[in-house]
Design a protein around this ligand. Structure first.
Ligand code: MN
Length: 717
């Protein structure tokens, strides 16, 4: 399509181009043709541009594409690398790219151009953080980031003609942003190269001196290194452990940084020998460590067990420092092959964006596969990965989208509830479920990168204490706690008022007739501010209602009997102040008693609950008569056991019978092996009362396969 004759002459004869084309042997001839076309197109578009060094501009995209090929990226990525500066620097439009090379390539190039447009006011952490977030959001396609890294690497390598101040700016930006990203992606070689190149640009003189010193030291230490390696290998072999042992080399920049940050001299930094030992399984890690501690003395306090307590990002290894020959410190990391692998993949997986579109899913699989092969190629050294760089970069956060496309950063492990509270307190208080990527998801669902989250609220919904077990953010936690505390106080006050009124009536006094002075007297003597406080105290069980009532009536004779008192009426749906005991799960119709728990209101048990009999006789003052006054429409959980003959479809029949009787199934448990003749099904169902439960059971008895039904009360049966 493009005529080669309109190209500047060097482009197609450039030996670098020949090498590049020859390296495409892993692609199909058709793909190679497209890449050729892209090269020609790019060379033409950049025909009038030169690099600052004076070279034709096309040498730059060609070098970037070359790096992309080294990573074995796909044809789209290579084409995009060749075209990556065309939107920015030439008259080419995205439309044109899309028509010629397809939508995918156009999107990649567009993404790269957007990255270029971001300017930095300063290199402060916050700024870098924002940039990383933007990057995350844009990096729906990981290839954009990788091409960008290759671009940056080539720019750093060809910076000699650039003004010193600009050079330093770009180098600083690389250290701050791009190098950590390379690290995060497991591109360790690139990571070190970016760091060292930036270091050389910022401190050319120091880099020279350091490089010379390292070369000299390396020669001197060769013998010692071999000695330690042999020592470690021999000891592990003698212990019967199969292990791979690697020495770890430090980069110039990491030496420089260690000297600066830890105030160490050059020889102090370089004289630390780093090793990695990779073994078969976890027990072998500890065995290997034991063996090495017997070989060389460990430095006290330097041992870290990241296997038992993994780092926040999931990193696992044993770290120890030994005192080697001539007192040389030897740092050793011990891990399994899997830990090595998982650590790397975990990071990679972090970058894979979920896409709802079909083509996106396809792309993701491709990206993932490619990334894996990349990681395999890199399997050598990913050491400094988690140690030297602050782990607050990516792994602790996930980025999710609101329905309007706003990006929210949430801590890793955050759930739908955390998200709801992050949006707004009211949304949190009233959330009932969510749609995650357009699919219904429960409140406890963990959020993943790229999720689109839409919260479903209901006006009468309210926070549940169970939420506290899975929320991750401090904000959600404190909002839920606050709500529950307030709620509990209100409920407790209502309960306390009823308890007090009941007591007053038993003493023959209509509550409304208690004179205000009597109240003032009581408040003063109790140290409560308001009547509400008195009620709350009673409701929470901090004060006995009988005592409060007698104080209020100034009857301190202690003789007034409370026998005439009618039982306290409860609905069972009051909330936290009145709760139904889990052990016996009373339902309306069951005879019940209430236990006053200090600080927790009233707990309702069924009269014959086996767990309360002892306490009722030994501490009668803690117990009070209560009675049902159920609300219409309220439902109560109850457990039943249904024994059935093992046969096909019997569970469905049982479930249908329960539904038929107007009850909901909350939970089903089953204990059976298929060989057994009978299966015991344990249901938690919802009923209005005892009569309703009886109906459900009657319905179940009609099923021929059902051999036995019973209500399950606290394992008492
Ligand atoms: Mn470029």
């Amino acid at each position: 399509m493009e005529s080669a004759s309109s190209l500047p002459p060097p482009a197609l004869e450039d030996p670098a181009y020949r090498v590049f084309i020859d390296s495409l042997d892993y692609l199909s001839p058709k793909e190679v043709d497209r890449i050729r076309e892209a090269y020609v197109f790019s060379a033409r578009a950049h025909a009038n541009q030169k690099r600052l060094s004076g070279e034709p501009y096309i040498t730059h995209p060609l070098a970037v594409a070359g790096a992309v090929v080294e990573w074995r990226m796909d044809a789209e990525a290579i084409v995009a690398a060749l075209l990556h500066d065309t939107l920015e620097d030439t008259g080419v439009s995205k439309r044109e790219l899309s028509d010629k090379f397809g939508r995918e390539v156009a999107d990649l190039v567009d993404g790269l151009s957007k990255l270029d447009k971001i300017e930095f006011a300063s290199y402060q952490e916050a700024q870098a953080e924002n940039f990383r977030k933007m990057l995350m959001a844009m990096a729906r396609d990981l290839r954009v980031v990788l091409i960008k890294l290759a671009d940056r690497q080539h720019n750093l390598a060809t910076m000699s003609a650039v003004r010193p101040d600009k050079r330093r700016r770009i180098a600083a930006e690389t250290l701050e942003i791009y190098a950590p990203i390379a690290l995060r992606l497991g591109l360790n070689k690139l990571y070190r190269e970016l760091q060292d190149a930036s270091f050389r640009l910022i401190h050319p003189h120091r880099a020279d001196v350091l490089a010379k010193a390292v070369r000299a030291a390396r020669g001197n230490r060769r013998e010692l290194l071999a000695k330690i390696t042999d020592g470690i290998k021999g000891k592990l072999k003698a212990a019967g452990l199969e292990a791979d042992v690697f020495g770890r080399e430090k980069s110039l920049y990491s030496i420089f940084r260690k000297m600066k940050e830890k105030q160490l001299s050059f020889s102090q930094v370089l004289d630390i020998y780093g090793f990695r030992v990779v073994v078969k399984n976890v027990p072998a890690c500890y065995l290997a460590m034991g063996a090495l501690h017997a070989l060389y003395k460990p430095v006290p306090g330097k041992f870290k067990d990241y296997i038992a307590i993994p780092k926040a990002n999931g990193y696992q290894s044993l770290h120890t420092t030994l005192i080697g020959p001539y007192g040389t410190p030897v740092e050793v990391q011990i891990r399994t092959v899997e830990m090595h692998h998982v650590a790397q993949e975990g990071i990679a997986a972090h970058w894979l964006y979920k896409d709802t579109e079909q083509s996106g899913a396809d792309l993701q699989i491709k990206t993932h596969k490619w990334l894996q092969s990349l990681l395999e190629m890199q399997s050598g050294d990913s050491s400094e990965f988690f140690e030297n760089v602050k782990i607050d970069l990516f792994p602790d956060e996930v980025y999710v989208f609101t329905p309007k496309g706003k990006i929210m950063a949430m801590p890793r492990g955050a759930t739908v509830v955390d998200f709801a509270y992050a949006v707004h307190t009211d949304v949190g208080h009233h959330c009932t479920a969510a749609r995650v990527n357009h699919e219904l998801a429960p409140l406890r669902s963990e959020l993943r990168n790229g999720d689109l989250v839409e919260i479903i609220t209901a006006p009468h919904a309210s926070p549940n204490p169970a939420w506290l077990t899975y929320v991750k953010t401090g904000r959600a936690r404190s909002k839920i706690r606050h709500f529950l505390r307030t709620m509990q106080n209100e409920e407790s006050a209502a309960l306390g008022e009823r308890l007090l009124n009941q007591e007053l009536l038993a003493l023959g006094v209509v509550p409304a007739m208690v004179p205000p002075q009597a109240w003032d007297q009581l408040l003063k003597s109790n140290g409560n501010k308001t009547r509400q406080d008195v009620f709350t105290d009673i409701g929470l069980g901090k004060r006995l209602p009988s005592v409060a009532a007698r104080r209020l009536l100034a009857r301190d004779d202690g003789a007034a009997p409370t026998h005439g008192a009618s039982a306290l009426a409860i609905r069972g749906t009051e909330g936290m102040a009145i709760q139904l005991a889990k052990c016996c799960q009373p339902i309306p119709g069951d005879p019940i008693v209430g236990s006053i728990r200090k600080g927790h209101g009233l707990l309702i048990h069924s009269h014959d609950c086996p767990f309360i009999q002892r306490s009722r006789s030994s501490e009668p003052q803690k117990w009070m008569d209560v009675d049902w006054e159920p609300e219409a429409g309220a439902l109560f959980d109850v457990r039943i056991k249904v024994e059935v003959k093992n046969s096909r479809g019997v569970l469905a029949q049982v479930a249908a019978a329960i539904a038929e009787a107007g009850s909901n199934i909350e939970h089903v448990g089953m204990d059976a092996s298929p060989e057994q003749l009978f299966t015991a099904l344990a249901f938690t169902i919802q009923v209005a009362n005892r009569v309703h439960l009886a109906q459900v059971m009657r319905g179940l008895r009609h099923i021929p396969e059902v051999s036995h039904i019973s209500r399950d009360r606290g394992g008492g049966e």
